[in-house]
Design a protein around this ligand. Sequence first.
Ligand code: NAD
Length: 420
Amino acid sequence: MDFDNNDDECENNELCCRRKVNLDNGPYLNSKLGKGIIKEVVVNCLINDSVIPVASSEKVQQPSQPSTKAEKKKSIQKVSSDSSSTVSMEVKSKLFVEVVAPVESALNKVSVIGCGAVGMACVFSILTQNVSSEVAIFDLNADKLKGELMDLQHGSAFLKSAKISASSDDLKITANSRVIIITAGVRQKENESRLELLQRNVEILRSMVSKLVSYSPNAVLIVVSNPVDILTYVSWKLSGFPQNKVIGSGTNLDTSRFRFLISEKLNIAPESCHGWIIGEHGDSSVPVWSGVNVAGVTLKDVYPALGTDNDKENWKEVHKNVINSAYKIIQLKGYTSWAIGLSVADLSLAILRNSQKVHAVSTNVKGLHGIDDDVYLSLPCVLGENGIVKTIKQELNEEETKQLKISAKILAEHASQLKI
Ligand SMILES: NC(=O)c1ccc[n+]([C@@H]2O[C@H](COP(=O)([O-])OP(=O)(O)OC[C@H]3O[C@@H](n4cnc5c(N)ncnc54)[C@H](O)[C@@H]3O)[C@@H](O)[C@H]2O)c1
């Protein structure tokens, strides 16, 4: 039995998929999984059969189904594409025998707040990489949102059973999300520092965070809007969530830039270059030169001057380029989008699949590495279904610890000036 030839049949038939998975258990299934061909089908089917594990302390709440017709109509004002007029009951009754009403949300629902360059790059990465089978988008700009929604929906025949919805006036569209990604905000302008964006973006969070968490009490929040570390701290305060459930995308992107730039210097793949950027997502970020390695060979052992002022090979330039990347890209194309979209999709995947993968994300670092302030900064963290599960005790050298503390002080100072 070949799944590849049965896409249409499979796509709309959960039981059929499930049965096939069971029948094909064994070498066939393993080889298909190995190639990544049917992983998504299995996951979709299991999701629809509600087998996705949920942290024991949290119960997934399915939305209550609107009971009357009037309730159904007013439940959520969705943005809809122009062609979405409904089919009459008469036609429906000729076409279907309704067994049971479909549940309203998938258990892997992701919501993205903000349909700007970053929000849409997150949505696109999540959909095309099958991170979630349901994405809701919220943005106040109704026309842009409708355009984005239509454009995406017209591509849905090329996606794997993804449901996409949007609203410009009701955050209830996000209800029952497992991950909520906040990208709404004012965009960083050319030469504008991330910290300068601060107060404008705090107000946006004040308008939405408490509503978002009330509609999705089981969600993990991923904050992307800049300055991301402070806005993650603000979101945590506003949400009332425990600290594990509010994450900033932090230096996950900087770390990816770091690995790419190292890979270019060494001429090997970025995935094989191991190194971390920690601290602030921005100008005071800290490159952990002491831990940069390829296959366990620490570069600093091979070349002790690595990342220092005496470094003739100028590795310091790699970190400078990490910091300046955003400014440079904004200068060239007006905004950054693809890398941050891919990075956030990866974080969402780690959460939804309970992967226990390590990512550099922004978390409350009080008490770690000698930091006394209540601040959010990036450190390597283990991610699972309930957000940040563990923080890695990285062995930093004296200089790295000093830089991290400077980063913390800068952020604590800014945070102290905020009206939350
Ligand atoms: N953390 C990172 O690594 C990283 C990387 C790139 C960009 N960013 C940040 O992400 C944010 C978004 O960037 P962008 O390029 O997409 O900006 P953008 O201007 O293209 O989009 C922002 C969107 O937010 C919407 N918005 C504003 N207020 C809103 C509200 N109250 N409710 C709902 N939607 C609202 C706007 O209508 C707009 O569509 C910025 O703060 C930017 O600095 C972060």
